[in-house]
Design a protein around this ligand. Structure first.
Ligand code: SF4
Length: 191
């Protein structure tokens, strides 16, 4: 079994990448390469600090207590990540806060579901997960057993993929490859 690049943890972002295309985590692990964050991503991250997140919790009157920027790690699946807000005690609401809205945010939805999974397993049953862009709720998901099972099964598949030497077989939509940041070094598309 190969040792993982991420000290045996699987960051939520890696699972999010896997759902986009199974080749991306394989590239990150075996080529030890990650695309650097862009200046606009770094700016958004600086502006979305803990105070900003607390203001959002206040604005939407999320149930207390509020836990802000919580590191979560599940030994069983290896999944880890930092949830922006976990609100409530016996039943939790998980919130992912983004400073700027993007046209497509499917990848952020997946990340939100991963935090819901981790919170459900480690802190309290999750009833709802919300995605907030520019201080407005853009997505609200009632969390079901099926959401949680899907995340768990996909995490297992990801682990199997990155424990193999050979690249995974993938057949993504060509539009994904065209938009993919890893296209230049991907074993599937490199010339
Ligand atoms: S270029 Fe295509 S096959 Fe390669 S990692 Fe990106 S989406 Fe996947």
């Amino acid at each position: 079994m190969k040792r993982l690049f991420y000290s045996d943890t699987i960051p939520a972002t890696l699972l999010r990448d896997y759902i986009y295309c199974p080749m991306i985590p394989w590239i990150k692990i075996f080529y030890r390469y990650e695309e650097p964050a862009t200046e606009s991503m770094l700016k958004a991250s600086r502006e979305t600090d803990a105070n900003y997140k607390e203001k959002i919790a206040e604005k939407y009157k999320l149930p207390k207590p509020w836990r802000i920027e919580v590191y979560l790690y599940d030994k069983e699946t290896g999944l880890s990540g930092v949830a922006d807000i976990i609100a409530g005690e016996k039943r939790a609401v998980v919130a992912e806060i983004k400073r700027f809205k993007r046209e497509k945010y499917q990848h952020q939805r997946i990340q939100l579901l991963i935090y819901a999974y981790l919170t459900n397993k480690l802190i309290a049953p999750v009833e709802k997960a919300i995605l907030i862009h520019e201080e407005k709720i853009t997505l609200e998901i009632e969390i079901t057993k099926q959401h949680l099972e899907t995340i768990e099964k996909t995490a297992k598949k990801l682990r199997e993929t990155i424990e193999k030497e050979e690249p995974p077989t993938t057949n993504p939509d060509q539009r994904r490859c065209i938009a993919c940041q890893y296209r230049r070094i991907c074993p599937k598309t490199e010339k």
